[in-house]
Design a protein around this ligand. Structure first.
Ligand code: NZQ
Ligand code: ZN
Length: 389
């Protein structure tokens, strides 16, 4: 296990009815609020009305930024910064899924930056400070509710990049599983695939001896496998929604990555797909993951696939190692398919035309090599894209 510094500062209020803490929590960090949300799902579930009534009861002035897109755009960030500056906002309350939360984090960072917020996303300028943010999560997937990252898209330049800063950890997050009852089957499946992918990105590492982290990771994976199916069949099953919600946060808040040195691989490959085709993040990950696994599997890393197959998929340890590894990849693919996820790029509208362009763009961004479990060069990335068609 490698050395590490533990830092997960977000306060989590978990469970049905936890919104009761909202007024008090906001007042700890700010007095004038920007309320951010997406295309209106929070209105349909009555959460918008509830939040507004709490803000009013607590005499907290608020302004709104609505319509934040899935795969949030830099234009929404710019609009949010403008509202914050014009109205002396000192706290951002994000109510929604990862897109709303990510956009809010970058608004908070760009508030303190005079140039174009996109400079911060591409790393041309550094984040110096971030407005405090709190979240109310409505979709279990990205873990943005408990991490310090955000992903923003620029459809004009076909770029989608992550940005991180310790100031972007939400000060608090309210995780009420009942808010996710209305998440569609498609988004539920995509969210489960995203949680699984976050876990796998940390799990598949060459570092040995981070035993505890790997067992925690397997627990998260088993949770997704067990409750993903149930949440799709029974959308209002509290136990399923609760377990997925907590898995969402734990998969990416740093806990399972401590003591390891994982450089993520499938995520950067997927971000190119969404940058060019605006597809659903988790679906892109589900399509790519089994092909990435097949591509990187070799004698040196076989042990990790065996661990994965036996501990996560309960494959018989007495089988031949390579057979276990291959079966584990099959099981991964079958599971995503069983959730109703389209498992080819063609099914989500991606053809052969731009595969080379995307692979080149990724190589430029990644400076020639992606990931470190088994580093990928241009030909590797292109091959994974082609097999995923
Ligand atoms: O916009 P509204 O109307 O709210 O509808 C949303 C949206 O259409 C809907 N939805 C959310 N909660 C709902 C609901 N519908 C019914 N009932 C509810 N309770 O679901 C749709 C998707 O929402 P979105 O926020 O886009 O999904 P998700 O949470 O999967 O976020 C995806 C974004 O997060 C980024 C992705 O790249 C993508 O841009 N990621 C962020 C990460 C991070 N911050 O750490 C890591 C991830 O790997 C990921 O890259
Ligand atoms: Zn993800």
């Amino acid at each position: 296990m490698l050395n590490f510094n533990y830092n997960i500062p977000t306060r989590v209020f978990f469970g049905e009815g936890k919104i009761e803490v909202l007024g008090k929590q906001i007042k700890k960090y700010g007095s004038r609020v920007l309320l951010t949300y997406g295309g209106g799902s929070i209105k349909k579930i009555g959460l918008y009305d509830k939040v507004i009534s709490i803000l009013k009861e607590n005499n907290i002035p608020y302004f709104e930024l609505s319509g934040i897109e899935p795969n949030p755009r830099v234009e929404s960030v710019i609009e949010g910064v403008k509202i914050c500056r014009e109205n002396n906002i000192d706290f951002i309350l994000a109510v929604g899924g990862g897109s709303t939360i990510d956009c809010s984090k970058v608004i908070g960072a760009a508030y303190y930056y005079d140039g174009n917020p996109w400079d911060l996303v591409i790393g041309k300028s550094k984040v110096e400070n971030v407005l405090p943010i709190g979240t109310i999560l409505t979709l279990s997937a990205t873990g943005s509710e408990m991490d310090a990252g955000a992903v923003i898209t620029n459809l004009e330049t076909n770029q989608k990049y992550g940005i991180g800063h310790s100031g972007m950890f939400p000060k608090f997050s309210i995780l009420d599983p009942t808010y996710t009852y209305t998440v569609s089957k498609y988004q539920t499946a995509s969210g489960v695939a995203d949680i699984i992918s976050h876990t796998l990105e940390e799990y598949f590492s060459n570092v040995k001896g981070a035993y505890l982290q790997d067992r925690l990771a397997e627990g998260i994976l088993k949770t997704c496998i067990k409750y993903g199916r149930i949440a799709i069949d029974e959308p209002t099953n509290y136990e399923a929604r609760a377990n997925l919600m907590w898995a969402s946060s734990l998969a990416i808040n740093g806990l399972i990555g401590y003591g390891k040195d994982s450089a993520w691989t499938v995520h950067p490959l997927e971000h190119e797909l969404s940058a060019y085709y605006d597809i659903t993040h988790g679906v892109g990950l589900a399509i790519l993951t089994p092909h990435w696994m097949e591509h990187v599997l070799d004698q040196d890393n076989l042990w990790k696939f065996v661990e994965y197959g036996v501990n996560v998929w309960d494959i018989d340890r007495n089988l031949d190692d390579m057979e276990i590894a291959k079966k584990s990849i099959e099981k991964t693919s079958e599971f995503f398919k069983s959730l109703g996820i389209p498992m080819t790029l063609k099914e989500v509208g991606i053809g052969e035309e731009k595969l080379e362009i995307m692979a080149k763009a990724l190589m430029e961004y990644a400076e020639g090599s992606v990931g470190n479990f088994k580093p990928l060069a241009y030909e590797d990335v292109l091959s994974i894209y082609k097999k995923s068609l």
